[in-house]
Design a protein around this ligand. Structure first.
Ligand code: NAD
Ligand code: UDP
Length: 323
C-alpha cells in the first residue's frame, strides 16, 4: 500500500485554499480541508468531494483541533478588507488563536507547519519594493490593524515556537493574488472590477487610482507554497511570494475594461483609511532559495479570471452580485 502524505489545509474552502487542496491531491496527498465557511464555500471544493483522498471538515481554528497529519497549511483568515473588518475581534482571534492552535497541533505531531502571512505586515511601506528585512509601517489602532497586527502576532508565534520548541515552520508573506474562485462579493479590487465590468456597472476606483499593487495569479502562488514547504528546514522564511509586476489601480481598471470589452465608466470614491499607497514584492529570496518566480502575466491571468466570473454570473440572478 502506498503511504500518502496527510496534509491539513485550514481555510481550505476559500479562494487560495481550494486551489491548494486541488494541487495537493494532484501531487498524491491525502487532504483534510478545514473551514468554518465564513468567506469560503462548499462550492469551491465541490468537485473534490467525490475524491476518496479528500475530506471536508467544518471547524473554527480558534478552537483546538485533534487530528493526525504530516503537514499543516494554515490559511484560515478572511483576506478581503470588507470581510476582515466586518468582525475585527474575530479576525484577530482567528490569526492569533488560530496560530496557537495550529502550532500546538504541529508540536504534538512534530508536523511541518506553514503560515499564510501577508504583505500587510509591511503596512503602508516607506521603502519600495519591500524585502523581507523591512519591518513595516503599520498603524496598530486603525481599521486594518485587526488583520495586520493579527498576522504580525501570528508570525511572532511561529518564530517563538520554532526557537522554543524547534518546530519546523514555513512563513510566506503573500502579496495580492487573484484568480478563479475569488468570491464575487469579496470586495477585493480584481474581483470587484471584473464583476463590475461584466455587468456594465461603474468601476469603483478608490482615491485617484494612483496607488499601486502587484498582482500574482493563483497557480503561480500555489507553486510557491509547495516549493517553500518542500524546502530545507533552515528556510523558515519569511519569504515574499508575489508577482513583481506593479500597476496602478487605474491601469488595472483600464485593462479589465479592455479585456471584457465593457462599456463601464470609471467612478471615483473616497480612499479607505490606511490604504497602502504602493506595494511590490522584492522576490530575490524566493528566486534564489526556491528557484521560484511567477510565470503568468497579468493580462493572461485576468483573461482566465474573467472567463470564470463570466460563467458564474450567467448562472446567478442579475441583482445578486454588484459590488
Ligand atoms: P478567503 O477569504 O477566500 O479564504 C479564507 C478562508 O478561511 C475562507 O474559506 C474562510 O471561510 C476561512 N476562515 C476564516 N476564518 C476562519 C476560522 N476562524 N476558522 C476556520 N476557517 C476560517 O481568502 P484567501 O484569499 O483564500 O486567503 C487565504 C489566506 O491567505 C488568508 O490567511 C489570507 O490572509 C492570506 N493572504 C491572501 C492574499 C490574497 O491576495 N489572496 C494575500 C495575502 C495573504
Ligand atoms: N480598490 C479600488 N476599488 C475597489 C476595491 C479596491 O480602487 O472596488 C483599491 C483599494 O483601495 C486598494 C487596492 O484597490 O488601494 C487593492 O485593494 P484590495 O482590497 O484588493 O487589497 P489590499 O488593499 O488589501 O491590497
Amino acid at each position: 500500500m502506498m503511504l500518502r502524505k496527510r496534509v491539513l489545509v485550514t481555510g481550505g474552502a476559500g479562494f487560495l485554499g481550494s486551489h491548494l487542496c486541488e494541487r495537493l491531491l494532484a501531487e498524491g496527498a491525502d487532504v483534510l480541508c478545514l473551514d468554518n465557511f465564513f468567506t469560503g464555500t462548499k462550492d469551491n471544493v465541490a468537485p473534490l468531494l467525490g475524491n476518496p483522498h479528500f475530506e471536508l471538515m467544518r471547524h473554527d481554528v480558534t478552537f483546538p483541533l485533534y487530528v493526525e497529519v504530516d503537514e499543516i497549511y494554515n490559511l484560515a483568515c478572511p483576506a478581503s478588507p470588507i470581510h476582515y473588518q466586518h468582525d475585527p475581534v474575530q479576525t484577530t482571534k482567528t490569526s492569533v488563536h488560530g496560530a496557537i492552535n495550529m502550532l500546538g497541533l504541529a508540536k504534538r505531531l512534530r508536523a511541518k507547519v506553514f503560515q499564510a502571512s501577508t504583505s500587510e505586515v509591511y503596512g503602508d511601506p516607506d521603502i519600495h519594493p519591500q524585502p523581507e528585512s523591512y519591518r513595516g509601517n503599520v498603524n496598530p489602532i486603525g481599521p486594518r490593524a485587526c488583520y495586520d497586527e493579527g498576522k504580525r502576532c501570528a508570525e511572532t508565534l511561529f518564530f517563538d515556537y520554532h526557537r522554543q520548541h524547534r518546530l519546523r515552520i514555513r512563513v510566506a508573506r503573500i502579496f495580492n493574488t487573484y484568480g478563479p474562485r475569488m468570491h464575487p462579493n469579496d470586495g477585493r479590487v480584481v474581483s470587484n472590477f471584473v464583476v463590475q465590468a461584466l455587468r456594465g456597472a461603474p468601476i469603483t476606483i478608490f482615491g485617484e487610482g494612483q496607488q499601486t499593487r502587484a498582482f500574482c495569479y493563483v497557480d503561480d502562488l500555489v507553486e510557491g507554497f509547495l516549493r517553500l514547504m518542500a524546502a530545507p528546514d533552515e528556510l523558515t522564511g519569511p519569504v515574499n511570494l508575489g508577482n513583481p509586476g506593479e500597476f496602478t489601480i487605474r491601469q488595472l481598471a483600464e485593462l479589465v475594461i479592455e479585456l471584457t470589452n465593457s462599456k463601464s465608466k470609471l467612478v471615483f470614491q473616497p480612499l479607505p483609511p490606511d490604504d497602502p499607497q504602493q506595494r511590490r514584492p522584492d522576490i530575490a529570496l524566493a528566486r534564489e532559495k526556491l528557484g521560484w518566480e511567477p510565470e503568468v502575466p497579468l493580462r493572461e491571468g485576468l483573461k482566465k479570471t474573467i472567463a470564470y466570473f463570466d460563467q458564474l454570473l450567467r448562472r446567478l440572478p442579475a441583482n445578486l452580485f454588484v459590488p
